[in-house]
Design a protein around this ligand. Structure first.
Ligand SMILES: Cc1cc2nc3c(=O)[nH]c(=O)nc-3n(C[C@H](O)[C@H](O)[C@H](O)COP(=O)(O)O)c2cc1C
Length: 337
């Protein structure tokens, strides 16, 4: 059984990868991930704001100019329970590299180009096998057009790509009008991979205390469908490697991701819910399913349910919308008459 796959030029022993989670902030956990079959691990992100504050790069970033950026810095949490400093991040990365044999992907989380992106070089020097750039940002300024938001993102990726030689994957939000067009632009500045998608963390409202409360909830397998849809559309239409993050909880999720066209399927929530050793269960189930269905390799099934591969593409297009809505109406009508 050949479970190997290639992602960002890295030869991976399977498509099962751990996405950015605080679980990987412990070397002991990294060892457990490797032992349980993780093919690679993405470390938690170091944030643009953290780097800017710590390195005094604020002055050189004045070009950013917006009041809100500086305002937002004053609302940042103390990073004590995260990596407390850039040095700590680099130390952990070096330590991780010398403690496990699987590839370690470092992660930067930022929203705008600026001096802070030079930190990518330090991650490369510390031994990161690749870099994941988490581009989480929210367009709240009514004067900024979608085209400007996208250009900012493309400039950011271009800047990071120019700073390093290691491959760079971009973790994207799903909220773009034309994902395929944006992907094409990211390719022109050298993005090597796409990680689909960031989750959109929405705060809840406390109506008694008139407060807006940040909250994090683990994903459900339902969230995978959005990722499958876009990867299936992108497969064969872009040169970037494709990774799915969001809603992969089982071997079935991994298989669906590969069949959509992804090189790898990433997991975080499932490990928080079921423990790190859940990776071994997923791997064993994956092998069992492939044996039962007479697949010899991951490569063989990749993209087999992509938009390119299926005879009827309507489930991926507007046709799906029409079919879904009209079939529901028919069922409802029949049930209630
Ligand atoms: C507690 C927690 C911390 C996370 N920290 C990061 C992070 O630092 N950087 C990042 O890119 N994603 C981060 N994520 C997002 C995960 O890497 C992943 O993309 C997301 O949870 C969706 O995958 P899942 O459905 O397997 O959980 C975090 C998720 C959780 C639950």
């Amino acid at each position: 059984m050949d479970l190997t796959t290639e992602y960002l030029g890295l030869k991976l022993k399977s498509p099962i990868v751990v996405s950015a989670t605080p679980l990987s902030e412990s070397i002991d956990n990294l060892r457990r991930m490797e032992a349980a079959g993780a093919a690679a691990v993405v470390l938690t992100s170091l944030f643009e704001e953290q780097i800017v504050l710590e390195s005094g790069a604020l002055d050189s970033d004045l070009s950013r100019g917006t009041e809100s950026y500086f305002e937002s810095l004053s609302y940042l949490p103390a990073f004590d329970d995260h990596y407390s400093s850039q040095d700590a991040y680099l130390r952990h990365l070096r330590n991780a590299k010398s403690s496990v044999g699987i590839p370690i992907i470092a992660s930067l989380n930022g929203a705008s180009p600026g001096g802070w992106t030079h930190f990518a070089e330090l991650l490369e020097d510390a031994g990161a096998d690749a870099l994941e750039l988490n581009t989480y940002s929210l367009a709240t300024d009514p004067n900024r057009t979608s085209a400007e938001v996208e250009q900012g993102l493309v400039d950011l990726v271009g800047q990071v790509k120019r700073s390093v030689r290691i491959p760079v994957a971009v973790k994207l939000s799903p909220q773009f009008t034309s994902v395929p067009h944006l992907v094409r632009q990211l390719e022109t500045v050298g993005a090597d991979g796409l990680v689909l998608f960031n989750r959109f963390y929405q705060p809840d409202f406390d109506i008694e205390n008139l407060d807006v409360i940040p909250r994090i909830a683990f994903s459900t397998p339902e969230e995978l469908l959005l990722r499958l849809h876009w990867v299936a559309i992108l497969y064969g239409n872009c040169h970037c490697d494709l990774a799915i993050t969001g809603g992969v909880h089982s071997a079935e999720g991994v298989l669906k991701s590969i069949m959509a066209g992804a090189q790898i399927a990433m997991m975080t929530s499932a490990l928080h819910l079921h423990g790190i050793e859940h990776l071994a269960t997923v791997r064993a189930d994956l092998v069992r399913w492939m044996e039962e269905h007479e697949y010899a390799s991951i490569r063989q099934m990749r993209g087999s349910l992509s938009r390119r591969a299926v005879p009827d593409t309507s489930p991926f297009d507007r046709g799906n919308y029409i079919k879904t809505l009209s079939s529901y109406t028919l069922r409802k009508t029949a049930a209630h008459l």
